[in-house]
Design a protein around this ligand. Structure first.
Ligand code: ZN
Length: 171
């Protein structure tokens, strides 16, 4: 799933929560981010808690699937302008990206929105380990990002909250 289903007007609730938040807010001293984390936008993953990230210490780049092709722009900025020096790529179990194909999305957009998105890649995948390896390859082959820093891939198990590292060779 990419998100839960609800009938609540969740943006209205969020804006209300933000007003309460701002009442007692005071700006904190942020650290310098050294870690860039790329992960899926799935609402069940809370990377701040799951990775114990301290305030200001990581860039969190999220998109559907946590796909690298969508993240190179952000990673280039993260590395060149801010100076992050480690990258983690995190895909996860039960990801909605394994439930559709590009052809499915093209058909939906054609039927529901009347738009031809036939040349757009939505980057779904079937095999989790392979999708992580593919994204590590895309990183390694991109001239936009640094190749002198550690880049590691993981799968987050939504049932346990645990990360499992994906080795590049597989097996
Ligand atoms: Zn996902």
């Amino acid at each position: 799933m990419l998100g839960g289903m609800t009938d609540e007007p969740s943006l209205d609730l969020a804006l209300e929560a933000n007003r309460r938040f701002a009442e007692t807010f005071s700006p904190s001293e942020a650290g310098t981010p050294r870690l860039a984390v790329l992960l899926c936008m799935d609402a069940r993953i809370d990377p701040i808690r799951a990775l114990g990230l301290r305030y200001g210490h990581a860039h969190i780049i999220r998109n559907a699937g946590g796909r690298m092709a969508d993240a190179l722009r952000s990673l280039a900025i993260s590395q060149r302008l801010v100076g992050t020096t480690e990258v983690a790529v995190i895909h996860h179990t039960e990801c909605a990206m394994t439930t559709f194909s590009d052809a499915d999305m093209h058909r939906r957009l054609r039927e529901e929105a009347g738009v031809d998105a036939g040349d757009m890649a939505f980057l779904p995948f079937r095999d989790l380990d392979e999708s992580v390896r593919e994204d590590l390859r895309i990183y390694r082959e991109s001239p936009l990002v640094r190749h002198d820093v550690p880049v590691r891939g993981f799968i987050y198990e939504v049932a346990t909250g645990l990360l499992r590292e994906v080795t590049e060779q597989g097996g």
